[in-house]
Write a protein that binds this ligand. Structure first.
Ligand SMILES: Nc1nc2c(c(=O)[nH]1)N[C@H]1C(S)=C(S)[C@@H](COP(=O)(O)OP(=O)(O)OC[C@H]3O[C@@H](n4cnc5c(=O)[nH]c(N)nc54)[C@H](O)[C@@H]3O)O[C@H]1N2
Ligand SMILES: Nc1nc2c(c(=O)[nH]1)N[C@H]1C(S)=C(S)[C@@H](COP(=O)(O)OP(=O)(O)OC[C@H]3O[C@@H](n4cnc5c(=O)[nH]c(N)nc54)[C@H](O)[C@@H]3O)O[C@H]1N2
Ligand SMILES: [Mo]
Length: 763
């Protein structure tokens, strides 16, 4: 039996009589993820999509004007199961009609989402390649993960991809770091995953080794559990959304006490004078002192002062979790992390400087070569219109209207057809009630899915796809330990097909099969992409074996570079020979370019901008789930075992709960002006008072289908989050800026129907 690779680890599937019985962790993984155990019971459950299906009103009124196909009934009507030929004919006719009547710029193919881990059957890449062959589509840029970070960092230091691939390895930190200050912690729950594969889980072991070496950890987070394991582990329970103020006060102390590195700032950065002027309060009359920050962050002013002194006295690494930038003004905590590290002057030194997301993903800091394996070419997109990914509802609701993005003034295109494969927008987008309204705008929505998620239920045409276990593929991720020959373990469930063969069939109907497939079948593609990647591997000094051997061996280990590298070490050693890819070639504490955009919500240097969600008393954190990847396998055993009376668990501080008469295990209604959901309560002392926490990814489950602003009964936090860009610079998502009230649910408990397929009719 071979291997398979999932975003959360490598496994050996155990198959008995053609049925998946178990997912056995691979022998070399020191800390395998329990999420794999979700798959056997879920893969052929009733929630699986088995046949192509079309929303009844859409099918029955297909010949009518698109407006008459009852788009407002998406999510409410039954589906009619049809043959593959009938379904593909319909998709081909719709694509042709929309292109003919409105052009390719009326097709939204952004299709954001993680899909599955294999390099060839990567749903988004397949769809983009297909739509490019068809004449193009409106695309999306950036990500929900790093919306603000991806846009601001190139102005300040360099691209996120470059920085993430070059992070100082954990081994170096164990040897040289003395103090690790983690904004947002180092949550092991998140290090289960890495996009494309996490074949050897290393973060718990790395924290252990650092702890043994005597590293002091400081966990700056509303949740104690965001940093688990080390012996010296101080918890600073910061108020969410205020880390920027804390970092500024740390800088203020460094400046006030002369503890900052003037020399580093002069040689390696631009604009520190202006920033220090701001810090002192000369620009806005507010000195960013520890007392000032104490009032905002809820931390003790003395502790802030003490922390700054300790950081200056030790080899210190400052780490920031992605979550901090998934908020209004999300650029600021990332920019400030770099600024604070620059003030300490340890950037480029072993064990010091900054990290942007150690612990957010397994592979960051692995120190292995950043070769990411085979890549499917997506071709060229003739349509130039795009959106920042999280502005999708603005686009659907406001076609033609202008918006700002990274110095550009752009306009939202007029979308008629949405095509999605490999993502679940009805899980991942903010303010789902607003999305429901926006989702009625397109004339046609086509979705490829494995399971009857809300994404599938709210589509017009649903095409069933295989899981990674039902097809051959190659597993490979940047900085991961192994490349993996992912061998098909079981036959496709129902009539499901892989995204590639679905799109190849469509391309044939639409007359560009040759462009899409280049005459290769899936098996030939694997071999072709692998061979092409062998040449790129050489640039990393990796000698990949021939395909046959790789496929026989099942795994190939990627080694370490000859020399351990430290993030930005060569820049530190010689800034003239190794300038940064910023306009000045240096770290930009003041960015003339950003200042030139003239955005009040993201001026030329880091600033503290007030935006607390104050209308409701509790700050809601909707972080990443421990028991699944986003919404994937919410119906699986691992996720289901964590539910409370069927609902997603919500952590509340004991004091907040007592004030509201809420007991451990109660079901509560969580609400604000945008919506309401039910959740099961866990009482806890390890969460800052005034904060409630619930993981994302519970499948959207409205009490009354299609009723706008009705009750969601399962615990999907995105019914209350705000759909607003981080700033005009990045337009990233602001999921973490949300406030709510919580009350005990007194009514009858409605049954969970999230995992029940829609009514299915046979044609
Ligand atoms: N409130 C709040 N919202 C958030 C976040 C948050 O922190 N708070 N985090 C955000 C972040 S960082 C992210 S990355 C997003 C994640 O959002 P998504 O990536 O959209 O979430 P997933 O649940 O991984 O969705 C992937 C979907 O693809 C399907 N799928 C899997 N494999 C295949 C395949 O081979 N083919 C096809 N066609 N489909 C497949 C799965 O069944 C699943 O429904 O969520 C964002 N949303
Ligand atoms: N098991 C599992 N692992 C995952 C994922 C998953 O779905 N499941 N998703 C993956 C993806 S797509 C991504 S992008 C990464 C995301 O990585 P992150 O964005 O870092 O993940 P989160 O869990 O949202 O946030 C980490 C912690 O930050 C804390 N936090 C939130 N807001 C604040 C704040 O304002 N200040 C401070 N100091 N702390 C705050 C929260 O307590 C939270 O537990 O995780 C990846 N890893
Ligand atoms: Mo993400």
């Amino acid at each position: 039996m071979g291997f398979t690779s999932l975003h959360w680890g490598a496994y050996r599937p155990r198959v008995v009589n053609g049925r998946l019985e178990a997912m056995e962790p691979v022998s070399w993984d020191a800390d395998p993820s329990p999420i794999g155990a979700s798959i056997p019971g879920a893969i052929d459950s009733p929630t699986r999509i088995r046949r192509p299906a079309i929303r009844r009103g859409f099918l029955e009124r297909f010949a009518d004007h698109p407006a008459l196909r009852s788009p407002h009934l998406r999510g409410q009507e039954a589906f009619v199961e049809v043959s593959w030929d009938a379904a593909l004919d319909l998709v081909a006719r719709e694509l042709t009609r929309v292109k003919g009547e409105h052009g390719n710029a009326a097709i939204f193919g952004g299709s954001y989402g993680w899909g599955s881990a294999g390099r060839f059957h990567h749903a988004q890449s397949q769809l983009h390649r297909f739509l490019n062959g068809f004449g193009g589509y409106v695309s999306s840029v950036d990500s929900y993960s790093l919306g603000a970070g991806r846009v601001v960092m190139p102005h300040v230091v360099g691209s996120m991809d470059w920085l993430l691939a070059a992070h100082t390895p954990w081994e170096n930190l164990a040897k040289h770091c003395e103090m690790f200050v983690a904004f947002g912690g180092l949550p092991i729950k998140n290090a289960q995953c890495s996009p494309g594969g996490a074949s050897d889980h290393q973060v718990a072991g790395a924290i252990e080794r650092m702890s043994q070496a005597g590293v002091r950890f400081v966990n700056v987070s509303p949740l104690r559990d965001d940093l688990q394991g080390p012996e010296h582990n101080e918890w600073l329970a910061v108020r969410p959304g205020t880390d920027t103020a804390l970092m500024m006060a740390l800088c203020w102390v460094l400046v006030d006490e002369g503890l900052y590195s003037e020399d580093f700032l002069r040689r390696y950065t631009v604009g520190h004078e202006r920033f220090i002027t701001y810090l002192r309060g000369h620009l806005d009359g507010v000195a960013k002192t520890p007392e000032w920050a104490a009032a905002l962050t809820g931390l003790e002013a003395d502790r802030i002062t003490g922390l700054a002194r300790e950081m200056a006295g030790k080899r210190t690494l400052i780490n920031v979790a992605y979550s901090l930038q998934r908020s209004v003004h999300g650029e600021q905590p990332f920019w400030m992390t770099v600024t604070l590290a620059a003030m300490l002057g340890q950037i480029g030194l072993p064990g010091g400087g900054f990290g942007l997301g150690y612990g957010c993903l397994n592979n960051t800091g692995s120190g292995r070569k950043a070769f990411s394996g085979p890549r499917l070419s997506q071709g060229v997109n003739p349509v130039k219109a795009f959106i920042p990914v999280a502005r999708v509802c603005d686009m659907l609701l406001h076609p033609g209207e202008p918006f700002d993005y990274n110095g550009q003034r752009l306009h939202y295109p007029d979308i008629r057809l949405v095509y999605w494969a490999g993502g679940n927008i009805l899980h991942h987008h903010q303010d789902l009630n607003r999305l429901l309204a926006a989702w009625q705008r397109p004339e046609t929505i086509v979705v490829h899915e494995q399971y009857w998620t809300a994404q599938a239920k709210y589509a017009d045409i649903v095409l069933p796809v295989t899981t990674a276990l039902e097809r051959d593929d190659i597993g490979s991720a940047a900085s991961d330990r192994y490349m993996i020959a992912m061998k098909k373990a079981i036959e496709p469930i129902g009539e499901s097909r892989d995204d590639h063969s679905i799109l190849a069939e469509l391309a044939r109907r639409l007359g560009f099969e040759e462009t899409f497939t280049e005459g290769r079948d899936a098996g030939q593609w694997l071999r072709f992409l692998y061979e092409a990647s062998r040449r790129r591997a050489e640039e990393f000094d990796i000698d990949l074996p021939a395909f046959e051997q790789f496929w026989r061996d099942g795994v190939f280990e990627i080694d370490y570079p000859a020399q351990e590298t430290v993030l930005l070490q060569s820049f530190r050693d010689d800034p003239q020979a190794h300038p940064l890819p910023t306009p000045s070639g240096k770290i930009e504490i003041f960015s003339e370019r950003i200042a030139g955009f003239g955005y009040p919500d993201c001026p030329g240097h880091p600033v503290w901008l007030e935006k607390q969600p104050t209308q409701f008393p509790l700050h809601l954190l909707s972080n990443q789930p421990k028991t699944r990847l986003h919404s994937q396998y919410d119906h699986g055993a691992c996720s289901q075992a964590s539910k409370i009376r069927g609902r997603e668990p919500l952590t509340l501080n004991r004091q907040d709960a007592e004030e509201r008469g809420i007991a451990d295990g109660d079901v509560v209604k969580v609400f604000n002006a945008r919506g309401a959901f039910l959740a099961g309560v866990i009482l806890c002392d390890d969460i800052r008072a005034g904060v409630a926490q619930i993981a994302t990814g519970a499948w959207f489950d409205p009490l009354v289908k299609g009723q706008p602003h009705g009750l969601e009964k399962h615990g999907n936090p995105n019914v209350v989050t705000e759909d607003i860009g981080s700033s005009r610079l990045s337009q990233g998502c602001s999921a973490q800026t949300a406030s709510v009230e919580v009350e005990k649910w007194q009514g009858e408990l409605p049954a969970i129907t999230a995992f029940v397929p829609p009514e299915l009719l046979v044609q």
